[in-house]
Design a protein around this ligand. Structure first.
Ligand code: GDD
Ligand code: MG
Length: 346
């Protein structure tokens, strides 16, 4: 992702639903979009990403109580965006959630699945959408195993022929899948039934195709990750630190950053107490107010806030959530540790 800035006149709707069950135990104490990546809620990265394209009007279409969110983000001004919250009384499905915010969407708008991390070029996707006079443009990414995703068949002009949500592998006709970012025209809202649970994937897209509406697929080959599992969460942190994808929060400007001898970055939160005789071998993220005692060795690890690592402890390939205590000389390898339990990461 380049840092050049465009000013797209689009509002964005971010879908924030589900309880993130596949990210347990990380989501036992906080909702999935608040899970920290480089010491900030993952949603803050999405806001920064949208802002780089000049998109500052953002709707959070949520299907659960937004307290934790509102408390942290409020009206969005601390992140330089304007947030509007639409909370469903009960889950309305991905398209139903957008319909719920319909009064706010009077011109071309963007929809993003809330659990995606990408550097998709939104300005180029919008130019593609306009060039094709599309009513809906779906971003596409190539994956090895398409059966866990929405599989999107297109013709030679990238016009969508078929959308099949999570087909058995044998029935997946292409590796190009729905990457979870859409550019839509407000006219499509009329196809979404009111007050009904309705999905883009199994409802609206097949319905638009049946109605002969122009739906296009925008193929993208850059960075894309669905942060749906522990392994992917861990890999995302490592990819950011090793600059596989750009993040404005992975720079020396944010004052949280240092490079230890290996040359691989380490992000360190504020208020940490790290013994001079502890060893950090990047990529490593250390949250706020952590304490690393003498002789502790930490490599390829993500530590949240208020973690205590005892003298001589060894951490490798692990995620340690807030307020966990690692005892003296303890070895934690390939694990996810919370204050009450430890389980395998890989
Ligand atoms: N507000 C709201 N209400 N949001 C919802 C609801 C709802 O009822 N249901 C799901 N969402 C949100 C989720 O929180 C997530 O941000 C997004 O919609 C997609 O839902 P997931 O549950 O993460 O779906 P998935 O990962 O199995 O599949 C989707 O994403 C794939 C790409 O990662 C589909 O869109 C696939 O077609 C796609 O390939
Ligand atoms: Mg998902």
């Amino acid at each position: 992702m380049t840092k050049s800035k465009s000013h797209l006149k689009l509002k964005a709707v971010i879908l924030v639903g589900g309880l993130g069950t596949r990210l347990r135990p990380l989501t036992d104490s906080i909702p999935k979009p608040m899970v920290p990546v480089l010491n900030r809620p993952v949603m803050e990265h999405t806001f920064a990403y949208l802002k780089r394209f000049g998109i500052e009007d953002i709707v959070l279409a949520m299907n659960y109580l937004p307290e934790a969110f509102k408390e942290y983000f409020g009206d969005g001004s601390r992140c330089g965006v304007r947030l509007t919250y639409y909370v469903e009384k009960e889950p309305m499905g991905t398209a139903g959630a957008v319909k719920n915010a319909g009064e706010y969407l009077e011109s071309t708008f963007l929809v993003l699945n809330g659990d995606i991390f990408t550097d998709l070029k939104l300005d180029e996707m919008l130019a593609f959408h306009r060039h094709n006079n599309a009513k809906a443009t779906i971003s596409l990414t190539w994956v090895e195993n398409p059966s866990a995703f929405g599989v999107v068949e297109t013709d030679k002009n990238q016009k969508v022929k078929r959308f099949i949500e999570k087909p058995p592998l044998a029935e997946a006709t292409t590796h190009w899948i729905n990457a979870g970012t859409y550019i839509l025209e407000p006219e499509i809202l009329k196809y979404i039934p009111l007050d009904t649970h309705y999905m883009f994937e199994r409802g609206l897209f097949p319905c638009l195709l049946e109605a002969g509406e122009p739906v296009y697929g925008y193929s993208y080959r850059g960075f894309w990750m669905d942060m749906g599992t522990l392994e992917k969460y861990f890999t995302l942190n490592m990819d950011l630190l090793t600059n596989k994808v750009y993040s404005p929060f992975n720079t020396q400007d944010n004052n949280l950053y240092s490079v230890i001898a290996s040359g691989i970055p380490v992000v360190i939160g504020s208020g940490c107490r790290i013994s001079k005789e502890a060893c950090l071998n990047g990529p490593v993220v250390i949250g706020n107010n952590c304490c690393l005692e003498k002789g502790a060795v930490v490599e390829n690890a993500v530590l949240w806030d208020n973690v205590n690592v005892g003298p001589g402890a060894r951490l490798k390939n692990c995620i340690i959530t807030s307020r966990s205590v690692i005892a003296a000389a303890q070895e934690v390898i390939n694990c996810v540790v919370t204050p009450t339990k430890s389980e395998r990461l890989h």
